[in-house]
Design a protein around this ligand. Structure first.
Ligand code: NZQ
Ligand code: ZN
Length: 387
């Protein structure tokens, strides 16, 4: 196992009826900025629950944070928060509202010229501080509720970049599975595939003798395979939703990556497809991942064989046959939850591949993957395999 530092200060408050507890978690007398998205919280009763819980607090609201949250929108929230001198931010929504809130929280305290530098120059520019924030999560997918990362889109340049810092962990996250009952099938499907891919990006690399992390990863995968379809079938199934929600949180809260090597090339490539074509995040992953696994099957073989055997019971055939059967099982799972896995399904052609390769050559990222050996020309091969 590799050396590691594990730090995760997020308090998780899980279960039905837990939204009122936010009142105890926010400092007494704080002026609270409530951030939210396009309005789903007004239709499913979550807004009313939050409003009731915050009865004793002075509240300012900022809505309209879009999926793949835009820097341009978030900077309006930064201006509002500064003008109102807010002390605390409460994110009410999915991963986009929460990622956007992380950016707002860090941008308010940013002392450089433009908070976009937190993303565009993240190798050297780090958040030094952030306004404290918490979350009421209404969509299980990203793990943002228990990590410090955020992915922000700059609409004017069609860039989608990430940042993270020890200051951008939520102070708490309320995970009430009942808030997910109103999710449309498309978002449930996205959540299953996003969480599943988070696990694979941390698991399908090369062995470092980490049996605990491997089995934790396999546990999350098997839980998503079992509970995901139940949730799609019946989004009011509390027990299945609770299991799905907690699995998605555990897919990206740092435990699976502790002491192991991680890949993340699928996410880096997928972010470009969202930035350029607006394809839902999870769908970009479902397109990129199968080709990436096939392309890197030699260096990933040991873990691919383990994954195939332990998750899909694939034990016969040559190693190459077992790897192919394993990738096919993964694709079948994605398709079974209504996620298409080819670029052509999203009307994306070779010109976009060229555009992405040029971006990676000029701006990076380069040296992708667990061995740092995926270069722009490899990205071209991988995406061409996905056409
Ligand atoms: O905006 P509203 O009206 O709230 O509607 C949202 C949105 O249209 C809707 N929704 C959310 N909760 C709902 C609901 N509709 C009905 N009932 C509910 N309970 O769902 C739509 C999608 O929401 P969004 O927040 O965009 O989805 P998700 O949670 O999948 O977040 C995706 C974003 O997270 C980033 C992605 O890149 C993308 O920008 N990621 C963040 C990560 C992180 N912070 O660690 C890691 C991930 O890999 C991912 O990159
Ligand atoms: Zn993701």
């Amino acid at each position: 196992m590799k050396n590691f530092t594990f730090y995760n200060p997020v308090k998780i408050i899980f279960g039905k009826g837990q939204i009122p507890t936010v009142a105890k978690e926010i400092p007494v007398g704080a002026k609270v900025l409530v951030t939210y998205g396009g309005g789903s919280i007004f239709k499913n009763g979550v807004y009313d629950q939050v409003k009731a819980a915050l009865g004793e607090f002075e509240v300012v609201e900022f809505g309209g944070i879009e999926p793949n949250p835009h820097y341009e929108t978030l900077m309006k929230a930064v201006a509002l928060a500064k003008a109102e001198s807010v002390d605390f931010i409460l994110s009410v929504g999915g991963g986009s509202v929460l990622d956007g809130t992380k950016f707002i929280a860090a941008a308010i305290r940013y002392e450089g010229a433009d908070p976009w530098e937190l993303l565009s120059q993240k190798a050297t520019v780090k958040a030094q501080s952030a306004v404290p924030f918490g979350a009421v999560l209404t969509l299980a997918a990203t793990g943002s509720e228990m990590n410090s990362g955020a992915v922000i889109t700059r609409e004017s340049t069609k860039e989608k970049l990430s940042f993270g810092s020890p200051h951008t962990f939520p102070k708490f996250s309320v995970l009430d599975p009942e808030t997910l009952f109103s999710l449309p099938p498309r978002q449930i499907s996205n959540g299953i595939v996003d969480a599943y891919t988070h696990v694979l990006e941390q698991y399908l690399t090369y062995p470092v003798n980490s049996p605990l992390q491997d089995r934790q990863a396999e546990a999350v995968l098997l839980t998503l395979i079992e509970e995901g379809p139940k949730v799609l079938q019946n989004p009011q199934d509390y027990d299945a939703m609770a299991n799905f929600m907690w699995a998605a949180t555990n897919a990206l809260n740092g435990t699976l990556s502790a002491g192991v090597v991680t890949d993340w090339a699928t996410h880096m490539i997928g972010h470009e497809l969202t930035a350029l074509h607006g394809i839902d995040h999870a769908r970009t992953l479902a397109v990129v991942l199968p080709s990436l696994l096939r392309y890197k099957q030699e260096s990933k073989q040991a873990k691919l064989l383990q994954y195939g055997e332990r998750v899909w019971s694939i034990t016969s055939g040559t190693p190459a046959e077992r790897v192919e059967a394993t990738v096919q099982a993964t694709v079948r799972f994605f398709e079974s939850v209504d996620i298409k896995t080819r670029l052509s399904d999203y009307a994306v052609g070779p010109d976009t591949i060229q555009h992405i390769v040029e971006r990676f050559e000029q701006r990076g990222p380069k040296n992708l993957g667990e061995r740092g050996d995926i270069q722009p020309r490899d990205v071209q091969e991988i995406l061409t395999m996905s056409l």
